[in-house]
Design a protein around this ligand. Structure first.
Ligand code: PMP
Length: 464
C-alpha cells in the first residue's frame, strides 16, 4: 500500500497500534489520535487533512533553515550515492567528517579547534560527562567527579542526559540522577526573584553556584553545565548579570564550564552560539539539532583547547564512541546547512532584523489581558499566561496549574494553524531562522488571534 491511499483515521489507528511516542501518555494519545504531519515547505507544515500550520517551533527547535532546502537534500543524495556509511573507529575517516570538523572549528569561538561527533544532543552530553571526568583523571585530580547543573534545565533523555537535566518528573522514573550530579536553582526571575531587579537577581542566582561548590567541596567539582537560554524549561532568558558571574565563579574555582548549545547553537540567539550572546568562554560545548537543521540526526561536543590538549597529549586511548560518530551523510548535510546559513546571512538576519522584530512583537503582546511576563532572545521567545495583570513588576497572578491553561491555549493554536508549545502556562516559540520580517508579523497576528480565542474560552468556562 502506498502512503497516499491511507486516510488520517488509518494512520491514527496504525500509530496507536504500534508506535510508542517520546514523552507521551500512550493510552491518552491512542484515544485522541495523533495529528499526522505529511509535508513541509519553508516555515509551514501540512497535515493529512490538508491543514496548513505555521511551525513556530522549527520542528523541535531544529529546522533552522526551514523545510524543503534543496542544497541539503542534494548533499544527502550525493553522499548516500558515493558512500552512505563508513565508521571513524579504526584509524579511518571520511571527507565529509573531516571537512565538517574544519568548518565547525571556523564558526565556533576561537578556543574550539576539535570536535567529537555523536548522534544526538543526549549522546553529546553523555560524551561531556565521560570527557570531563577523564580530563580530571589525567590532571591527577580524580576526586573531581561532580558535575553541577540546574533544576529545570534540559540536557537530554539518556541516563546521563536526564541526570544532568533538572526535570524532577524525569528523575522520578528510573532511579535518577546517576551518582556525581548535583543541581542548583534556575535563574528564573519570575520564580525566585520577587522584590529584586533582574540584574540583582542574576547575581544572586549565579551565587547559588558558588554556594554549591563550597557545599560539595571545591576540589570535588569537575564542571558546571547549562543552556545559555533554557529551552525546554520554558525559554527562560537569564538576567544579563547571570552568565558573566557564572564564568567568574568557574574561573575562580578552576572548574570546567560546559555550554549546552543544542538549542542555542547555529544562530538561534542572533550569534552563532549562545555563549557569544551571553558572554562566556566555555571549555566544552554540546551541539545537535541546528547543525543539520534536523534534516538528519547529528550531535557532538566541541572540545576547547584546555581539555583537548590534555586528552590528546596525555590521554592515550579514549574509550568512548558511537557507530554514527562522524556519519558521512549527516556530516555532508551539516556542511550544506552551515554553508547555506552563511550564504543567506541567517545569523546576521536574526541579530539585526527578525530578532529585534520578534522582540518588539512580544513586548507589544503585553497589552493583552492574558499576558504577563514576555521574554525573547534572537528567535526564541516566551509569554506567561496570567489570570490577572495586577502588580507593578509584570508578574501578574498565575492560574491554578491544575487548570492547564497552557494546554487550552495550545489547542487553540493547533486549531488555528499555529504550532506554539506550552510549558505549564508559558507559551513558547522558536521559529525557523529563514523567516522573513513579514512572516514575523504574520506570526504575531496568529498569536494574538489564538490569545483572543483562549481568553473567550476561559471566560466561557468562568476561569477569568
Ligand atoms: N540539550 C538540550 C539543551 C536540548 O534542548 C536537548 C533536546 N531538546 C538535548 C540536549 C537532547 O538532545 P536530543 O533530543 O537530540 O538527544
Amino acid at each position: 500500500m502506498t502512503t497516499t491511499t491511507r486516510t488520517t483515521a488509518d494512520w491514527q489507528a496504525l500509530d496507536a497500534a504500534h508506535f510508542l511516542h517520546p514523552f507521551t501518555d500512550f493510552q491518552a494519545l491512542a484515544k485522541k489520535g495523533s495529528r499526522i504531519i505529511e509535508r513541509g515547505e519553508n516555515v509551514y507544515l501540512w497535515d493529512t487533512d490538508g491543514h496548513r500550520l505555521f511551525d513556530a517551533m522549527s520542528g523541535l527547535w531544529c529546522v533552522n533553515v526551514g523545510y524543503g532546502q534543496q542544497a541539503l537534500i542534494d548533499a544527502a543524495t550525493a553522499q548516500m550515492t558515493k558512500l552512505p556509511f563508513y565508521n571513524s573507529f579504526f584509524q579511518t575517516t571520511t571527507p565529509p567528517a573531516v571537512e565538517l570538523a574544519e568548518l565547525l572549528a571556523e564558526v565556533t569561538p576561537p578556543q574550539f579547534k576539535h570536535v567529537f561527533f555523536a548522534g544526538s544532543g543526549s549522546e553529546g552530553n553523555d560524551t561531556v560527562i565521560r570527557m570531563v571526568r577523564r580530563y580530571w583523571d589525567l590532571k591527577g585530580q580524580p576526586e573531581r567527579q561532580v558535575i553541577l547543573s540546574r533544576w529545570n534545565g534540559y540536557h537530554g533523555s539518556t541516563m546521563a542526559g536526564a541526570s544532568l537535566g533538572g526535570m524532577k518528573y524525569m528523575h522520578a522514573q528510573g532511579g535518577l540522577p546517576i551518582p556525581g550530579i548535583d543541581h542548583i536553582d534556575q535563574p528564573h526571575w519570575l520564580e525566585h526573584g520577587a522584590g529584586m531587579t533582574r540584574d540583582e537577581f542574576g547575581l544572586k542566582a549565579a551565587g547559588w553556584l558558588e554556594q554549591k561548590i563550597l557545599e560539595v567541596g571545591p576540589d570535588k567539582v569537575a564542571a558546571f553545565i547549562g543552556e545559555p537560554v533554557q529551552g525546554a524549561g520554558g525559554v527562560i532568558v537569564p538576567p544579563a548579570t547571570y552568565w558573566p558571574e557564572i564564568q567568574r565563579i568557574c574561573d575562580q574555582y578552576g572548574i570546567l564550564l560546559v555550554s549546552d548549545e543544542v538549542i542555542t547553537g547555529f544562530g538561534r540567539t542572533g550569534n552563532w552560539f549562545g555563549c557569544e550572546t551571553m558572554g562566556t568562554r566555555p571549555d566544552l560545548m554540546t551541539f545537535a539539532k541546528g547543525v543539520t537543521s534536523g534534516y538528519v540526526p547529528l550531535g557532538g561536543v566541541m572540545v576547547g583547547e584546555r581539555v583537548a590538549k590534555v586528552l590528546i597529549e596525555q590521554g592515550g586511548e579514549f574509550e568512548h564512541g558511537y557507530t554514527y560518530s562522524g556519519h558521512p551523510v549527516a556530516c555532508a548535510v551539516a556542511l550544506a546547512n552551515i554553508r547555506l546559513m552563511r550564504e543567506q546571512r541567517l545569523v546576521e538576519r536574526v541579530r539585526d532584523e527578525t530578532g529585534p522584530r520578534l522582540a518588539a512583537v512580544f513586548e507589544s503582546l503585553r497589552d493583552h489581558p492574558l499576558v504577563g511576563e514576555t521574554q525573547s532572545c534572537g528567535l526564541m521567545a516566551a509569554l506567561q499566561l496570567v489570570r490577572a495583570k495586577d502588580g507593578t513588576d509584570g508578574r501578574g497572578t498565575p492560574f491554578d496549574p491544575a487548570l492547564e491553561v497552557g494546554m487550552v491555549c495550545r489547542g487553540h493554536c493547533f486549531g488555528n494553524g499555529l504550532v506554539m508549545r506550552a510549558v505549564g502556562d508559558r507559551m513558547i516559540i522558536a521559529p525557523p531562522l529563514v523567516m522573513t520580517v513579514e512572516q514575523v508579523d504574520e506570526l504575531a497576528g496568529l498569536i494574538r488571534l489564538c490569545l483572543d480565542l483562549t481568553l473567550a474560552d476561559l471566560q466561557a468556562r468562568g476561569w477569568v
